[in-house]
Structure formats: C-alpha cells, structure tokens
Design a binder for this molecule. Structure first.
Ligand code: GCB
Length: 649
C-alpha cells in the first residue's frame, strides 16, 4: 500500500540501502565505552568543524544518493553542492523553504588531511567521532562504509586507521548521509503521511507528522572529529561516589582494550593537582580524606568542586595511554518527601531548556552555551531538565563545573500512538538508554534519568513498557533515581508506580480554562494532593508557564501578554510555597527561552513560553523568577559570601 511504500522509501533500509537497519544492531551495541575525546600526552584530537559540502537528495524517493553511490566519489562530482556549516542544523541556513522543511536523506562530505605520523604509526588508533546527527546516519571513509547509527542527540564513532593507511597518498574523504525521517519506531516517534488526493495536493505530496512541540531540526548538530589513542587504550571508566563523615569514596572501574595484560596507575588529584589517593588496580575504592564534596550552585560557597582521576595504562616498557576524568564526589537519595544531595534536602529551582537558537537551530554553539549559563546563574537557577533529549556533553561538563543540577532526559518525547509501545519501539528505547547512561554516567551534575516526556501513560501497554524501561535503567545505573514526565491523569497513569520521583507538567489557565487565572490555586492544589495521596512520592512541577509575546501588554492581564505570564507564575509560586514544606521538591519553568516549533495555529513563529526571548533578552517574567529563585536560594542553601541577594552579577 501507499503508506507502506512511503515508509520503506524514507527509512534507512529502503531501496539501495537494504540491510542498513539490521547492521545497526551490530554497531549500536554498547559493550565499548564512549569517553569524551580528550587530548593527553598519548591522545590527539583534530576537529573537523567548519564548512562541509552538502546536498539534500530531493529525488522523489530520496534514494538517488544510494542508487548512484554518491559516497563513491567526491560529492561535487555527482551533482551541485552547497556550503554547510558543521555543527549546525541545515534547516535555517539557506533561503530555500524546501530545505528548511526537508524530510529524507541529506549528504555531507569533507576531505581531511590526516597527519602523516598518524598514518605511518601502525600503533595509533584513529577514531572518527560524530557528536550527534539527526537522526539516522551512515558514514563512509573513501567510499567504504565505516559505521551507521540510529537516533540523534548521542555520539557514535568508528576506528578508521586501516582505511586511511590503505593508500596514504589519497586524502581522507568523509561522507555522512543523514536521514531525519521519524517513524512509529524511532525516538522521538513520528509518521509519514502521503496525501493522494490529486485535486488537493501535488504529486508525491507527503508530510512528516510529529507529536512534539519543537522544530524538527536536522543535520550534524555536534562536533565531528578525529582522535587518536594508542593500540592499547583506556576504553571506559566508571565512577560511583559516596562519603562517610569526612572521607570521600570513589569507586571506580577501568576497562582497557587492545592489551592482554595492562599495568594501570590510577591517581585522584585535587584542584591543585595534588594526589589525594592512588591505586594500581583495575577497579577499587579510592579514599579521600577531608573530602571536598561536589555541591550544587547556591547550596555551598564552593559549588561544583571537581577532582581529576588520571588513568595511566602502560606495558613493561612505557606509558601507553593517559585519560583524565573529572570526578565530583556526591550522593543522591530520594525519600517519600525529599530529594537529598549529600544528605541535605535539595529543592530544584530551575528551568527547562531546548537546544535551540536563531540560524544554527540545534547546532552546538559556544557563545550561546556560555550566555545561557550566565543567564541561568543571573536568574538564580540551580538546575535544569534536558527537555526533551540529551544535550551536548560540553553542556554537561559546564554543569559539572558550575554546580548546575541536571535531570537528564532521553528523546522519548511524543510517545502517543499505541503502536509506539510495541516491542521494536521498546527495544530501541532500551538501547537509547544504554547509550545515554554510557555517555553521561560519570557526570556529578546528572542526578536523575528521565526516560520520557508526556507519553500516553494511560494506555494499557504503558505499564509493561515503563516497568521494563525503568527497571532496565536502574539496572544500568543503580545510583540515580529514574522518572518520566507525566501530564496524564494520576488515576489512570500506568507507569507512575515504577518511578522514584513524580514529575508533573500542567498548564492551568492556559490549555485548560484559558484566561481564568483564578482557577490556578485550586487546580494546582488538587493536582499535588491527588498525586501525593496516591503514590507518596516527592513531586517536581516539571513544567508550568504561559506564552508571552515580548512587548505585548494588557491590564487586566490577557493571554499572550507579559502581564498574564507574570500572574500565571505568581499564582503557581504561591501554591509551591505551601507544598514545598511538604513533598514538592522542585519547580522548573517552561521555558528558559522562546524556541522554534513547527508551523501551526497555536504557535506564532514558535513557542513563546520563554522567560527570555529566543535572542536571550528578558521578558518581565524573568525578573519575577529571579526575585524568587534568589529568595529560595537564601532560604534553602548557603549563599556564597561574594553574592548577596538581590544579586548583581
Ligand atoms: C508540554 C510539553 C512541551 C511543550 C509545552 C507547551 O507539556 O512537554 O514540549 O512545549 O507543553 O508549551 O505546550
């Protein structure tokens, strides 16, 4: 049928790429580590960011690139190419609406000069790493396929040493084909819908339906790089931390690849590079006397304290590999009414974000990242949720250093169709959690996993789905609580019994009873009492807010004005202030900043629930939130002596 044909066409594994999907099972396994690439005395990094050649395959079945094997020669030889910056979404780079709204395969290519030393030295592993690409990627080097990966937001890599050594005189040509098609089995899910009524739609017309509220940006979103390691190398490190009185405990495991016998030297150093503990075992517990714990921002005068765990791996003759992992020593625990960090109650006063900005879309952008951290600190925010997908590792590293607490969410957003609760979907969801935990397990800032946002948790299959998913995630990481974000009715929610913390989104006086601000106190109170009464678990208000078009005013307040957004916030805050004395453990505003969405009748060039505009300028609500967050910090934390409320950063 037409629909089946459409799916085959857009899915990897369609004509010309048969087998792509089954092969991914091989490449997606997580029995190897995914340490963040880093330079050291044994490792080099070569960034491949900048301009790549680019072509979208606009052929009717989007399959010309495979039929004509565009990966076999230079992309410029098989058709026209344009400049495309990496990292960046491709959608907003040109003036072409068909590229902005494109669905299907796009092709990126770049030639790289590989240092002769890397090529000559057979003892060097050369690894090609893509920080993330949306959503399905296939990678070739000099026309030979080296890897493929399903899903955006997470890194993937391939060892390419033997390929570049085949003919050292040819440059290394890297081709990456990326397909942004979403189906019922991808994360996030989506559907492709063909419109076959020729009296209404042109030939071949189809739409990509999505069930989430942000623009479906696509392309290579995070850095692409080459890095080296010796043949025998540190493949993975896992740390779990604890403390007893004044003594910190760093439980670690190192895994080494490429060596049958490895001699290790593991050294934990403080900020001044003094060794505080060491060992030569592959796994063990390092004890740190007079430990300096990792504390959240505004909870301690010295937040985000990081030790460095240096792992040196050597053979009889010399050091082979060196990798240094930042380590924050802290604990996380949940009771029926509290969230404890280092055994002290932690109250989340923070934001929900998006990776989103003008022109670059979801592309990693350092000025934007640093600006956002400055804004969060100005606001007095101590935390954020990575709504609705894993953010760049570079962002989590900033969180570690600044003490910003993170709820780390996987791309399980918009699971609304009952067919997305099937086995294939669950298997993929479990694999994504494997990859997410593998990537982020060592970040002290990450204190909880969120496995989904607003799934249809009332559907019968949701119980088995979430029970399995949450159990699996706890198996991967027994040290962190697990949640999913709910908007469904407490009485019908099938997954809530399995979460550690209840996270609820609600938009009273917005999506329900629009314009009626007076309903907020009663409805919010009922919401909390119902959830707590049924589950006796601590609750985070994981989203609340209202759209405000910057500069739009009215008094009495009307929807979409800055005044209305202010009052929604204030009315929610009044209820939070009562309930946080009982079991409410946090409040995360929706949203930190305005962000782009698909076009539709409820969105005026994007979602305007930001307290900052998309260009990161404050609306009136930002000042309300700032007042509140600093007041909360004063009450719940130990404000650093160098900043008194109201702050002037
Ligand atoms: C929600 C979703 C979020 C939306 C938001 C809204 O519940 O989780 O993705 O953007 O509401 O503004 O509608």
């Amino acid at each position: 049928n037409a629909r089946g044909a459409a799916l085959r066409m857009f899915l990897p594994g369609g004509p010309g790429v048969l087998g792509a999907l089954c092969l991914c099972a091989v490449f997606n396994t997580v029995d190897s580590g995914m340490l963040f690439p880093q330079e050291s005395s044994s490792r080099e990094v070569k960034e491949l960011n900048g301009l790549w050649d680019f072509r979208a395959d606009k052929s009717p079945n989007r399959n010309q690139g495979f039929e004509r094997a565009w990966y076999k020669s230079r992309l410029a030889e098989t058709g026209p190419v344009i400049d495309m910056p990496v990292p960046a979404s491709y959608n907003d780079i040109t003036q072409d609406p068909s590229l902005r709204d494109f669905t299907g395969w796009v092709w990126y290519e770049r030639e790289v000069v590989v240092p002769a030393r890397w090529v000559a030295d057979e003892g060097t592993r050369v690894v090609l790493r893509v920080g993330s690409a949306h959503y399905y990627s296939i990678v070739w080097v000099n026309g030979v396929k080296v890897t493929e990966h399903e899903g955006g937001h997470l890194p993937f890599e391939a060892e390419i040493g033997s390929l570049i050594r085949k003919d050292p005189t040819t440059p290394c040509r890297i081709t990456i084909a990326v397909n942004n098609t979403l189906t019922l089995k991808t994360l996030p899910p989506g559907t492709i819908q063909y419109m076959s009524d020729r009296t209404k739609y042109p030939d071949g017309f189809f739409v990509q339906n999505i069930y989430f509220d942000f623009f479906n940006y696509a392309g290579i979103h995070r850095p692409v790089l080459l890095y080296t390691t010796p043949k025998a190398y540190v493949d993975d490190i896992t740390v779990v931390t604890d403390f007893l009185d004044n003594t910190g405990l760093v439980k670690y495991t190192v895994s080494v690849q490429g060596a049958t016998t490895a001699t290790l030297k593991v050294t934990l150093m403080d900020k001044d590079r003094h060794c505080v503990a060491s060992s030569s075992d592959q796994s063990g517990v390092l004890k740190v006397v007079d430990v300096k714990l990792w504390w959240p921002y505004l909870m301690h005068e010295n937040p985000g304290y990081l030790y460095s765990l240096e792992v040196r791996q050597s053979d009889e003759r010399s050091t082979q590999d060196v990798y240094t992992l930042p380590v924050g020593i802290r604990t996380v625990n949940v009771t029926s009414t509290q969230f404890l960090i280092n055994n002290k109650p932690f109250y989340f006063h923070g934001v929900n974000k998006h990776e989103d900005s003008d022109i670059r879309g979801k592309g990693l952008d350092w000025p934007l990242i640093v600006k956002d951290f400055n804004l969060m600190k100005w606001l007095g925010a101590n935390s954020f949720r990575t709504s609705h997908y894993p953010y760049a590792e570079e962002i989590l590293q900033m969180c570690d250093r600044h003490g910003i607490v993170v709820i780390d969410e996987c791309p399980g957003v918009g699971i609304k169709d009952i067919r997305s609760f099937g086995n294939a979907s669950l298997t993929h969801h479990l694999a994504v959690m494997d990859e997410l935990v593998r990537r982020d397990k060592n970040h002290p800032s990450v204190v909880m996993w969120s496995v989904a946002n607003e799934p249809a948790a009332e559907m019968p299959p949701a119980e088995y789905y979430f029970k399995t998913l949450i159990k699996h995630t706890k198996g991967l990481d027994p040290t962190r609580p697990v949640t999913y974000i709910t908007d469904s009715n407490y009485a019908r929610d099938k997954g809530a019994p399995y979460v550690d913390v209840i996270c609820v989104n609600s938009y009273f006086s917005w999506y329900h009873d629009p314009g009626h601000l007076e309903v907020i106190p009663i409805q919010l109170n009922t919401q909390f009492e119902n959830w707590y009464g049924k589950y006796h678990k601590p609750i985070i208000q994981s989203e609340y807010g209202a759209d405000a078009v910057p500069g739009l005013h009215s008094d009495p307040p009307m929807m979409f004005t800055e005044e209305y957004q202010n009052v929604v916030l204030q009315k929610y805050h009044d209820v939070f202030d009562q309930k946080r004395k009982q079991y409410v453990i946090g409040e995360l505003i929706w949203n930190f900043a305005d962000f782009m969405t698909a076009q539709g009748i409820t969105r005026v060039v994007g979602n305007k629930k930001g307290v900052f505009t998309r260009q990161r300028q404050p609306k009136a609500a930002a000042f309300i939130l700032k007042e509140r967050y600093w007041r909360l910090a004063n009450e719940t934390g130990i404000l650093p002596p160098w900043t008194k409320y109201p702050c002037s950063l």
